[in-house]
Design a protein around this ligand. Structure first.
Ligand code: HXC
Length: 510
């Protein structure tokens, strides 16, 4: 072979590998509204930075005449590149090759790139679009899944792990995304379920569509399995880029700081009037959040699930923060099972990755109800308590209005180790609301006496001053000063060093 021929051979092999399962299959993928693995990667990474690994790897199976059907790369594209100039690893299932199904070779490629991500301390993104275990490989494929799950668990809390489900994801295959930190789904083109509609029909006789069972809407608003919903593949890739911008590369690194042009001293007169006079009236907590963060840029996590609690990333003075906030305009901001699960997982993510937490509290309590009690609100509600208490990142809390009972404690109170506890003058910190308290304390009062007692109770307990007398609230601030006060608190705590007692791991109530 001449030199020229050798170079040409490489070009041909590259072109062949990049074609995956061929034009016909790619056309079918496009017709379904999806993109190919390589097109997705192109959109995910900074132009020209992606480096592909193991492009010529092929499967080793001979059963079912598989030795005659070898395609370079074997249906998975792995590699690394830059997102906003920062190193990120990826694996992307290529549906054009055996429906993106997972072979032993496939799994080995995924594990290899995950090992690199772990060794070099950078996030890993998995773009899932697969018919599941490669049927022709039997238990070898199952073993591959198992090995990936194990690696996902080992990487948990060490490097950020992000999954996008962009096509089918069924059977046990859903458990790799489920273990990762964030799951993106695309509307209409993705679905996740352990057992599909046909199996459900034969076992429980329930009729359900794929979309209702495991589509993006279902998992974003009902099950809480997914965190983000994108219109299509392209938007999903843009959203992942945005998310990565808030995250450190690994658990030993600080989150990425961006230059901040929004004044850290900015006061906002508008904040003085967001909270209504009547403490039973709702208001939108997002208005407060967006007014105080840098440039109003709030990257909300799980915006469609348990909307009575808000979670998301923002920047304060250029530095990423995790925000948890009750939402008084949704179910009065009560904490229920879903809200506790949602917020607890978010708090634990932030804590694992050195992202300070800001909590905005306005919560009447845990949600009363038979379904909540029988559903285990005791154990699920405990998760949020647990997550806040074990978190050692800076914890700053602002009470905007009512914090009653256990909900006062759970929303990053001083007692759970918060570093700075602020309250607006509208704060109401009490065991319960005035009506409920008077009902219990003075059962036999006349209507007039009751009204008077309620007024007195309100005056005495429905304010932040009792808590401030005990040092449970450090400072009562004017709403207009919120941004500078929060930034000062973050600066004051930025070198915080706290270690929980050594142990193998805690035992969070699951
Ligand atoms: C091998 C597979 C495959 C699989 C699809 N293909 N799934 N090959 N193993 N698991 C192949 C098809 O034969 C077809 O090949 C090509 O991929 C595209 O598939 P289509 O069926 O034409 O595509 P579509 O109509 O879009 O349907 C996609 C699909 C369907 C819904 C995913 O293919 C399907 O139901 N596949 C089986 C899903 C499944 O039951 N997987 C096992 C789940 S159990 P040709 O050559 O014709 O183009 C599991 C256990 C994991 O995964 C356990 C982990 C612990």
């Amino acid at each position: 072979m001449t030199l020229e021929e050798k170079y040409k051979l490489l070009q041909e092999k590259n072109a062949q590998a990049e074609l995956g399962g061929g034009k016909e299959k790619i056309d079918k993928i496009h017709a379904s509204g999806r993109k190919t693995a390589r097109e997705r990667i192109d959109e995910l990474y900074d132009a020209g930075t992606f480096v592909e690994l193991d492009k010529f790897v092929v499967h080793q199976t001979t059963d079912f005449d598989m030795d005659k059907q070898k395609i370079s790369g074997d249906g998975i594209v792995t590699g690394y590149g830059n997102i906003d100039g920062r190193l990120v690893y990826v694996f992307a299932q290529d549906f054009s090759v055996f429906g993106g199904s997972l072979s032993r070779t496939n799994a080995n490629k995924i594990i290899k790139v995950m090992d690199l991500a772990l060794k070099n301390g950078a996030p890993i993104i998995g773009l899932n679009d697969s018919g599941g275990a490669r049927i022709q490989e039997g238990v070898k494929s199952l073993a591959g899944y198992g090995d990936i799950f194990y690696k996902n668990v080992m990487a948990s809390g060490v490097i950020p792990q992000i999954s996008a489900v962009l096509g089918p994801c069924a059977g046990g295959a859903v458990y790799s995304p489920a273990i990762t930190d964030f799951v993106f789904m695309t509307k209409k083109t993705s679905y996740m379920f352990v057992t599909g509609p046909d199996v459900i029909k034969s076992v429980t006789h329930e009729n359900v569509t794929k979309e209702d069972l495991g589509g993006a809407n279902t998992h974003n608003s009902k099950s809480g399995v997914a965190h983000f919903k994108a219109d299509d593949d392209q938007q999903a890739m843009m959203m992942i880029r945005e998310l990565i911008g808030f995250l450190p590369s690994n658990n030993m690194a600080d989150p990425p700081v961006k230059p901040c042009t929004d004044s850290t001293h900015r006061k906002e007169e508008k904040l003085q009037t967001i909270i209504p006079d009547d403490s039973n009236k709702p208001y939108d907590m997002k208005e407060i959040i967006e007014t105080v963060i840098d440039d109003k840029i709030f990257f909300e996590v799980q915006p469609f699930f348990a909307q009575n609690i808000i979670t998301g990333f923002a920047r304060m003075g250029g530095k990423p923060v995790g925000i948890v906030a009750n939402q008084p305009s949704m179910l009065a901001g009560v904490i229920d099972i879903d809200a506790s699960n949602k917020a607890a997982r978010f708090v634990r993510f932030c804590d694992a990755f050195n992202i300070p937490l800001i909590t905005f509290a306005d919560v009447p309590g845990y949600l009363p109800g038979v379904s909540q009690e029988i559903g285990g609100i005791i154990k699920h509600g405990a998760k949020l308590l647990y997550a806040y208490a074990e978190a050692t990142v800076p914890k700053i809390t602002l009470i905007t209005r009512k914090v009653y009972g256990g909900a006062y404690i759970v929303m990053a109170s001083k007692h759970l180790g918060a570093d700075v506890n602020l309250s607006y003058p509208t704060g109401e910190i009490a065991v319960m609301g005035a009506d409920g308290a008077v009902n219990i304390l003075y059962r036999d009062m006349s209507k007039k006496e009751r009204e008077k007692a309620i007024e007195e109770f309100k005056k005495m307990f429905c304010n932040p001053y009792k808590a401030a007398e005990h040092g449970y609230v450090d400072e009562i601030i004017m709403p207009r000063d919120t941004r500078p006060k929060l930034i000062q608190s973050l600066e004051m705590t930025q070198n915080k060093r706290v270690n929980n007692p050594p142990r193998k791991h805690g035992n969070i109530p699951l």
